[in-house]
Structures are given as C-alpha cells and as structure tokens.
Design a binder for this molecule. Structure first.
Ligand code: HEC
Ligand code: HEC
Ligand code: HEC
Ligand code: HEC
Ligand code: HEC
Ligand code: HEC
Length: 452
C-alpha cells in the first residue's frame, strides 16, 4: 500500500521535474531508492522490537491478584500482620505450589484427610476454619500469590540504579521513544543523502560551475541557495512547523484541564462519594440553589467525624495510602476545627484549612450552577467527570468557551417535566415548530448570557 503510493507519487513528481530540470531527476531518484530501502529495514526492526516486547508479558498478574485478595481473603488475612489467619506475605516460599492450590480450594478437606501440615496450621490457629474457594482457578491462585509475594518498588532508588516503573507506562514510553528515534534516524539519513547528492551533483555538473566562473567545488550552502525549489520547500516546512507549535501553545493558555493540586487535607472523593456513597449535595448543598457550588465548611465534616476518628476502609499500599496515612489525615481535620479527642469537646483553638481552588472561570464569564443542576437537570458527572473515582480531585473538562457552546448546541432543554417552563413551553415550540429545543435555540449562544 505504502509502496504503491510512493511509486505513484514518484512518477507524477518525476514527470513534472524531468520536464523542468534533469538535475532534479537524478537527485530525487537517487534519494527515493535509498529512502525506500531504509524505511523497509527500519519498519522490520521496529516491528521485531515490538513483537519481542510482547512475548515477555506473560507473567502472573499482580493487579488481578490484589483485587482477588482484597475481595476474597482480606477479611481474614493481612500481608504483614496476623489477623484471623496468618500473615500471607511470602507464604508461597513456605509450601509446595500444589499443596497451596488444594489448601486454598478446600482446606477443610485436607485437614480431614489428615495432611500433617494442614492439621498443624489448623491447631496453631485455634481450629478456626478457613473458607473453601472451589471457584478459584490455579491461575487465580498464582495471581494472588504473586500479590502476596510482591514487594512494592522502593520510592527512591539509589543514584545510578535503574528506575523501577509500572510496566504499562514504561512500555508506552518505550514505544514512543523507539518511534521518535526511528523518525530521527530517517531524518538524519535523509539530510545526509541530500547533502551527499548535492555535493556530487555540484562536482559533476557544469551548470553551477559555469555560473561560478569555472570555480570548482562551490560551497554547499551556495548550491542550496541557488536551488529555488529546495529553498521553497524548506521555507514552507519551517513556516508550517512553527505555526503548528504556536497554535498548540496558544490553545493551552488559560486552560487548566487535568489540574490536580495537592490539598492541605488529603480528602478523597473516592472514599466519601465512591466507597461510602455520600451524596454530592450533602457537602455541596448550594449547587442546587445558587450560582456557586461552594466547598463545605469544616462543621459539615464534623457531623460525621465526631464519631469517625479512624480509617478502616480499603488501602492502596502501592501509593502509600495506608490506614495510618488516612487516620493521620483525619487528625489534621481535628486540629483544624480544634476537636479534642480525649475530652470529646471543642477547644476553640481553630486554624482555617485553605483548600486550593481547582475550577476557576475568568471573571468576565457568568456561570450558574443552579441553572444547570436544578433547571436543566444536568448531572454533576457530565461536567466534573467520574468524581466518585477520584482519590485526588482534578479538573475533568476544559471549561473553554467552545466546551460550553458545544453542549448548548447538543443538549435539549428539559421542557416536559419542568415547572419552570410550563408556561413558555407552548410559545417556544410554536416559534421553532419543534417539540425539542436545544439550549442554544433558547438563547444559550448569545454573548450577553455568558459575558457580563
Ligand atoms: C474466614 C476467614 C478466612 C478467609 C476468608 C481466608 N482465610 Fe486463609 N486462613 C484462615 C485461617 C483461620 C488460617 C489458619 C489455618 C486454619 O485455622 O485453618 C488460614 C490459613 C491460610 C494459609 C496458610 C498460611 C500459613 O502461613 O500457614 C494460606 C496460604 C491461606 N490461608 C490463604 C488464603 C487465601 C489465598 C484466601 C483468599 C482466597 C484466604 N486464605 C481466605 C482464614 C481465612
Ligand atoms: C463529604 C463532603 C463531600 C462530598 C460528599 C463531595 N464533596 Fe466535592 N469537595 C469536598 C471538599 C472538602 C472539596 C475541596 C477539596 C478538594 O478539592 O478535594 C471538594 C471539591 C470538589 C470540587 C472541586 C472544587 C474546586 O475547587 O474547583 C468538585 C468539582 C467537587 N468537589 C465535586 C463533587 C461531586 C461531583 C461530588 C459527588 C459525586 C462531591 N463533590 C461530593 C467535599 C465533598
Ligand atoms: C456523611 C459523613 C461524612 C462527612 C460529612 C465527611 N466524612 Fe470524612 N469520612 C467518612 C467516612 C465514612 C470515612 C471512611 C471511614 C472508614 O472507611 O473507616 C471518612 C474518611 C475520611 C478521611 C480519611 C480518608 C480520606 O478521605 O483521606 C478523611 C481525611 C476525611 N474523611 C475528611 C473529611 C473532611 C475534610 C470532611 C469535610 C469536608 C469529611 N471528611 C466529611 C464520612 C464522612
Ligand atoms: C454544566 C456543567 C456543570 C455541572 C452540571 C456542574 N458543575 Fe460544578 N462547576 C462547573 C463550572 C464551569 C465551574 C467553575 C465555576 C466558576 O469558576 O465560577 C464549577 C465549579 C464547581 C465547584 C467549585 C466551587 C464553585 O462553585 O466555583 C464545585 C464544588 C462544583 N462545581 C461542584 C458541583 C456539583 C456538586 C455538581 C452537581 C450537583 C456540579 N458542580 C455540577 C460546571 C458544572
Ligand atoms: C452539559 C451541558 C452544558 C454545559 C457544559 C454548559 N451548559 Fe449552560 N446550559 C445547559 C443547558 C441544558 C441550559 C438550559 C437550561 C435551562 O433550561 O434554562 C443551559 C443554560 C445556560 C445559561 C442560560 C441561558 C439562557 O438562555 O438563559 C447560561 C448563561 C449558561 N448555560 C452558561 C454556561 C456557561 C458559561 C458554560 C461553560 C462554562 C455552560 N453553560 C456549560 C447545558 C450546558
Ligand atoms: C455559553 C457561554 C458563552 C457564550 C454564549 C459566549 N461565551 Fe465567550 N467565553 C465563554 C467562556 C466560558 C470563556 C472563557 C474561556 C477560557 O477561559 O478559556 C469565554 C471567553 C471569551 C473571550 C476571551 C477569549 C478566550 O477565548 O479566552 C472572548 C473574546 C469571548 N468569549 C467572546 C464571546 C463573544 C463575542 C460571544 C458571542 C458571539 C461569546 N463570547 C459567547 C463562554 C461563552
């Protein structure tokens, strides 16, 4: 496909050039034959690298093991501490694989059959029975054991040591790096060939030499400057690439999509709204009534946290989010509101928490939460993304003018079950002769609606 394209391109191009100037013919046929060969070998080596990287990816999956462990085993086992059952870190070294498979699938059967190892553990743990897991496959168990054996990478490796990274991000980085170096290589070769061909042409050809009063071997840049076609191409290339970067840069100015600052208290929406299903409006109660949605005052937090002094939910050991870490964050809340745990009373000694503001439209824009949440019935998620999955909150949407306008063009106003519109419903649909109205048709594109 690629080759068909280039050869077609070549013939058209050459027909044009040959008529114009035979120097071009030599130059480009020379170039194209070399370039095509290079591209071919480049592609072969590129794909062979990709392929070999894929072959090594067949290992037990620590992530799968972790979620299996958390859902099936965590009620009785911890990695580093005895709970109902023993700590499981490094357990695969203690027993044979096959013994572990049958133990985990049905430990009671093994105890009954009198297996000495099984009976010994059973006795040691006061004859508490472990659940049977007949549904786990050997592969599942391999994954769980990979997790219990897993030692998280050290946060700061000694200088000079290779940096441990998570596999997915490092492999995409690798691919990007390989691609980049490939492109670079082709570019360098291309430049080298242009250079070489021009030189040999200049040396052979009398066209240039004549004009230079028979001086032999004129400098390459002069030959280049004489060749109007090459100059033209280079200028176009330079202009296009600088325009591309300038445009990309200007589009970014003032757009904070993905902005994710570190907050003074590690407050997790994932834990509150995800795991514990607390309604958004419990804390952001003004979203329904007013322009601003607001951040809750710390008194709202204390409705619950007078009683919740410790964290006992899920941990994320890889990221360092342990129970101790979370509990310590709750203590920061206590310090800020001046809550004394021992006497269960307020000391009056408070210090404000300065939440870092994430979403922030420019002052010349008018945006109203009540209009969107209450009147239009737009879900928080549509604009703020999957907040209940965010351990640390970030800005999901771009908040550009184009973003607002696109949605106004696409979203129908909820006229039917909406008291707000019962009176004007008929009027409006008569005016446009439709049953459905977009926010845009209702005036959502007028500059004055959004700009003071
Ligand atoms: C209901 C609680 C419970 C659950 C759930 C549980 N275990 Fe156990 N496990 C125990 C107890 C208790 C023991 C100690 C032996 C006994 O008393 O039967 C044990 C022992 C073990 C041992 C032997 C450890 C040693 O050091 O000797 C392994 C391995 C094990 N469990 C793996 C698992 C895996 C994997 C899961 C999840 C798929 C799991 N267990 C789920 C209670 C549980
Ligand atoms: C228990 C209280 C609580 C609940 C429930 C809650 N939030 Fe928040 N929210 C906060 C606090 C505190 C902050 C400020 C700290 C931060 O940004 O993480 C915040 C910040 C935000 C912000 C960013 C504000 C900014 O600075 O721009 C958004 C957006 C947000 N919440 C949306 C939601 C949504 C959507 C839900 C429901 C899925 C929700 N919140 C549920 C307490 C809560
Ligand atoms: C409706 C009840 C409720 C409200 C209101 C509430 N929390 Fe929580 N909070 C919880 C629950 C439940 C947990 C999880 C406890 C657990 O799993 O053991 C929690 C956990 C936490 C944690 C530890 C986990 C994490 O998110 O880092 C912190 C810190 C915390 N809350 C801070 C706050 C702050 C600050 C506010 C006020 C903006 C607040 N909470 C409001 C119920 C609430
Ligand atoms: C139509 C899109 C949209 C919807 C729906 C929406 N928001 Fe917002 N939200 C925004 C924009 C835009 C801002 C920035 C406002 C500003 O800077 O003045 C914002 C800001 C916020 C803030 C920061 C404080 C503030 O008011 O500036 C919080 C908190 C928030 N939203 C929570 C919510 C919650 C909770 C819901 C659901 C009940 C919700 N939002 C629904 C677009 C939306
Ligand atoms: C998710 C879709 C959505 C997004 C994003 C959105 N809007 Fe809207 N907007 C609506 C809908 C639907 C209405 C119609 C509400 C109604 O029924 O009055 C509306 C109405 C409005 C109105 C009132 C228009 C009128 O005719 O009275 C203003 C002003 C407005 N939006 C401003 C904004 C701004 C500013 C932004 C961007 C920061 C924005 N909106 C982003 C859906 C959206
Ligand atoms: C639905 C709401 C909405 C409407 C209607 C709207 N704008 Fe905007 N406009 C915005 C928002 C939001 C921004 C801020 C964008 C940002 O910060 O990137 C903005 C920014 C601007 C800017 C500053 C340049 C920039 O991109 O930051 C200009 C100029 C502007 N608008 C002109 C207009 C004109 C003229 C109209 C009428 C044809 C109009 N706007 C209609 C929401 C709107």
């Amino acid at each position: 496909m690629c080759c068909i394209f280039t050869s077609k391109f070549e013939t058209i191009f050459f027909n044009f050039l040959v008529k114009k100037n035979s120097i071009f013919f030599h130059l480009f046929s020379h170039l194209f034959s070399k370039v095509r060969l290079m591209t071919f070998f480049g592609l072969i080596s590129f794909f062979s690298i990709l392929f070999s990287a894929n072959l090594t990816a067949q290992e037990p999956d620590v992530q799968k093991g972790k979620s299996l462990f958390n859902s099936q085993c965590a009620a009785c086992h911890k990695l580093n501490r005895n709970l109902v059952g023993p700590a499981l870190n490094g357990v695969s070294a203690k027993y044979e694989k096959d013994w572990l498979y049958s133990w985990i699938k049905n430990s009671q059967a093994m105890i009954k059959s009198g297996d000495p190892q099984a009976v010994a553990i059973y006795e040691e743990y006061n004859k508490v029975a472990m659940n049977a897991f007949p549904n786990l496959s050997n592969e599942d168990i391999d994954n769980i054991l990979a997790y219990t054996d897993y030692v998280p990478p050290k946060p700061t490796p000694p200088p000079g040591a290779p940096v441990a990274q998570t596999s997915s991000s490092s492999s995409t980085n690798d691919i990007i790096l390989i691609l980049l170096s490939f492109v670079l290589l082709v570019l360098v070769m291309l430049l080298y060939l242009i250079n070489k061909t021009l030189k040999s042409l200049v040396n052979q050809n009398t066209v240039f030499a004549d004009q230079q009063n028979n001086k032999k071997g004129i400098p390459i840049w002069k030959a280049f400057a004489k060749n109007q076609f090459l100059v033209f191409c280079s200028v176009i290339f330079l202009l296009l690439s600088s325009a591309y970067y300038a445009y990309g840069y200007m589009l970014q100015v003032g757009v904070d999509q993905g902005y994710m600052p570190i907050q003074p208290i590690h407050y997790s929406h994932k834990i509150h709204s995800g795991a514990n299903q607390i309604e958004c409006q419990y804390c952001h109660s003004s979203a329904k009534k007013s322009k601003h949605s607001g951040i809750p005052s710390l008194n709202v937090c204390m409705n619950c946290h007078e009683n919740i002094a410790e964290y006992n939910g899920e941990e994320d050991l890889e990221k360092g989010y342990t129970k101790e870490f979370y509990t310590n964050e709750i203590k920061k809340l206590y310090k800020a509101v001046g809550w004394d745990e021992n006497s269960q009373s307020y000391t009056g000694d408070t210090e404000p928490v300065k939440w870092v503001r994430i979403h922030n439209l420019p002052d010349f824009v008018y945006f109203n939460h009540a209009q969107h949440v209450n009147v239009a019935g737009v879900d928080c998620k549509t604009c703020h993304g999957p907040v209940e999955e965010m351990e640390i909150l970030y800005q999901h949407s771009s908040l550009t003018m184009g973003w607002c306008i696109n949605c106004h063009r696409e979203t129908n106003v909820d006229l039917k079950n909406n008291e707000y519109y019962q009176k004007i419903h008929e009027e409006l649909s008569k005016k446009y002769g439709v049953d459905e109205l977009t926010a845009a048709q209702m005036g959502g594109l007028e500059c004055g609606k959004c700009h003071y």
